[in-house]
Design a protein. Structure first.
Length: 397
């Protein structure tokens, strides 16, 4: 599980984020291919123009109209996945599509009815939900009228396609908007949590140091006044100042240790987010049963989980990860076990990295053990710590 960063970076670049514009060239290519697949409905107009069924003037006009239609459609759709146009520009571009599609279908024939698919999709993807509920059926009706005017007997088969694709894009658009809102809400919650943590830190430091510093200041002034006439009493005040300052230093160190000590439940929540964001399918327990697990042992397991997940995300190249937390009865007594198993390579190194060495030392201080190594289909890390009930078992023996 040593460092091999390029595999994870390459995997992260391939992923396309819902509700966000392309962040690099590869994401632009992926989204372009996804949009380009749906240009298959242009095969009928292109075949009609290349079949020499029309006059030269009609063919030139057809190519010009088709080019204008495709450019307008792609401009609208591509911009909508990044920084959307203003509502006025969106309506204007949709109006261009809404004019070109029936105009080309009426003048050049039923082979051009496929353009209404793009009009319906554009309406569903770019308009608000209420407006799209009117625009998609209106597009369908317009296509039906264009087909009847041309005497196209199979227009009924295309009606359902235009209607369903339009409303499907309404759902997709709503999903994208919901995802964007959830992402903003998550960022807001994280900011609020950080602000609350700062307030708690400030409050705790004030409670810890306020009284001690006030007492030190008071005794320093008193010692200064006693020093000329009562040096022995001044020396006692200085000794009291030293004692108070030492105790304040101990309190601050204990407080900082508590802040730095990770909690297993918090690490599990962060693990789920980190693995999902990295494109790893994760099975993570919702709430750990920490019955009998001392705080120091829980902290060691939290560090082990953090290190293991970091290696899965950055170095292993895995796409699946299973995390288990169980109580086990072993020959050495009851143990609480953390298991992190992935289907990756475990990195390119041949020996344990500094992270695993540090974890082993942390777990040994808590009375636990660490096992890590390759398995048949990936890599597994197992951390075990004794539970409080192991003392009872030993005393009973």
């Amino acid at each position: 599980m040593t460092e091999d960063p390029r595999a994870r970076e390459e995997r992260s670049e391939v992923q396309v984020r819902i509700g966000q514009g392309p962040g690099n060239r590869r994401e632009v290519l992926v989204k372009s291919l996804w949009i380009g697949v749906w240009l298959v409905f242009l095969s009928s107009p292109v075949r009609d123009l290349t079949s020499a069924h029309h006059t030269a003037a009609a063919t030139v006009a057809g190519w010009a109209g088709l080019t204008a239609f495709v450019v307008t459609y792609l401009t609208l759709v591509f911009r909508n996945i990044g920084r959307p146009f203003t509502p006025r520009v969106v309506v204007s571009l949709l109006a261009v599509l809404g004019v070109l599609a029936p105009l080309l279908a009426f003048t050049l024939g039923s082979d051009w009815l496929g353009l209404f698919v793009y009009v319906s999709v554009a309406c569903g993807a770019t308009l608000p939900v209420r407006a799209a509920f009117w625009a998609v059926p209106a597009t369908t009706v317009t296509m039906y009228l264009a087909g009847l005017a041309d005497g196209h007997s199979e227009v009924d088969e295309s009606l359902l396609l235009v209607l369903l694709l339009g409303f499907a894009m309404v759902g997709v658009g709503q999903l994208v908007r919901t995802t964007v809102e959830l992402r903003k809400a998550r960022a807001t919650v994280a900011q609020l949590a950080a602000n609350e943590e700062r307030l708690r830190l400030a409050r705790d430091l004030h409670d810890l140091l306020g009284h001690s510093l006030s007492l030190i200041t008071l005794k320093s002034e008193l010692a200064g006044r006693m020093l000329p006439d009562h040096p022995d009493k001044a020396a006692q005040q200085v000794a009291d100042i030293e004692q108070v300052s030492r105790q304040a230093l101990v309190d601050v160190r204990e407080a900082v240790t508590g802040y730095r000590r990770p909690r297993l439940a918090e690490e599990l929540a962060g693990t789920q987010v980190a693995l999902t964001a990295a494109g790893v399918v994760a099975e993570v327990p919702a709430e750990p049963d920490l019955t009998g697990v001392p705080e120091e042992a829980e902290s060691a397991l939290a560090w082990a989980l953090r290190e293991a997940v970091t290696n899965v995300v950055r170095h292993s190249g895995a796409d699946k990860c299973l995390i288990q937390l169980v109580h086990r009865q072993t020959l050495d007594g009851p143990r609480f076990e953390l298991s992190v198993e992935d289907n990756g390579s475990g990195g390119s190194g041949n020996g344990p990295g500094n992270g695993l060495t540090g974890l082993t030392e942390r777990l040994e201080k808590a009375g636990g053990t660490l096992e890590a190594g390759r398995i048949r289909h990936g890599f597994r890390l197992v951390a075990r710590v004794p539970t409080a009930t192991s003392v009872d078992v030993g005393s009973g023996a």
